[in-house]
Write a protein that binds this ligand. Structure first.
Ligand SMILES: Nc1ncnc2c1ncn2[C@@H]1O[C@H](COP(=O)(O)OP(=O)(O)OP(=O)(O)O)[C@@H](O)[C@H]1O
Length: 260
């Protein structure tokens, strides 16, 4: 079986913090799966995705992505890992550039260094970018500047850029948190269907259990940096989900009191 990500006994604290953002996490994700990470604010979802994306250093434990171990002290530069794609919550697009140029940026890691430097795509790169635009339903926006687009359209551009990279692992950090419920469903449908059609693995974080249920095969609950459940979507339990979001420490003096 091909492996998208394997994590063994991983602990990590951000610089300048004492509490670990991830605490003894172990995880195995076979290739092709779609996985949702659920958990309250500060649970460690973004940290886990950033770590798999090779953007963090100095963890304890073992991490391998697409079969290659990541060195905790020297993860390879992002540009040298085009097989892993990332969709950011805040899109991270070049606002004053066109949609097509932004999507072509997803090809940079696949181009020769000279072409990447000159920003000169081949016909093959252009074909892949146009296919990604069409798959995301925004072929007609190719020449529009990003700063003229709505939030939902920007999110489609961010996904198209990621698809143009031809990643085998797609990581997405709250990719629909800025969208209304109908748009959020459309975008997650698009992301997971595009991953499936390409045989890629998709891992996305969310605060919306209903969307996770609809679009993920597997749901991982994280709280306080630890995995508290990891189940096939069909086995997700309402109580476990509610527990995940329960207030950790009620404020002293606040609560229900009998009124005499
Ligand atoms: N750059 C940073 N420097 C210091 N601490 C950080 C940094 N980024 C995150 N943290 C801390 O790490 C912990 C996990 O944060 P993380 O952003 O991974 O949570 P999250 O589950 O993604 O939250 P949210 O749903 O709000 O995005 C939190 O305690 C947070 O304060």
């Amino acid at each position: 079986m091909s492996i998208a990500a394997q994590i063994d006994d991983l602990s990590f604290a951000h610089l300048g913090t004492d509490l670990p953002a991830l605490d003894r996490v172990s995880l195995f994700v076979p290739a092709g799966e779609s996985v949702a990470l659920l958990g309250p604010s500060g649970a460690g979802k973004t940290t886990l995705l950033a770590l798999l994306d090779g953007r963090l250093q100095g963890w304890a434990g073992r991490v391998s992505v697409l079969g290659a171990p990541l060195d905790p002290d020297h993860p390879p530069p992002r540009a040298r890992r085009p097989d892993t794609g990332f969709v950011f919550q805040e899109f991270a697009l070049v606002e004053r550039s066109t949609v097509l140029r932004n999507v072509l940026n997803g090809r940079l890691g696949r181009m020769s260094p000279l072409r990447a430097l000159l920003g000169s795509p081949t016909a093959h790169d252009l074909g892949i970018a146009r296919t990604a635009l069409a798959d995301c339903g925004i072929a007609d926006l190719a020449e529009r500047r990003v700063d003229s687009l709505s939030g939902g359209q920007r999110q489609r551009v961010a996904i198209a850029r990621c698809l143009a990279q031809e990643p085998r692992l797609i990581l997405a950090d709250e990719p629909v948190s800025n969208l209304d419920p109908a748009r959020a469903g459309e975008i997650l449908a698009l992301l997971t269907a595009a991953a499936r059609a390409r045989g890629a693995t998709a891992m996305f974080s969310s605060h919306q259990p209903d969307l996770a249920r609809r679009f993920a095969q597997r749901i991982i609950g994280i709280r306080g940096g630890r995995i508290v459940f990891d189940v096939p979507t069909s086995e997700l339990n309402e109580d476990a989900t509610a527990d995940l979001y329960r207030d950790p420490k009620p404020m002293p003096g606040i609560g229900l009191r009998a009124v005499s």
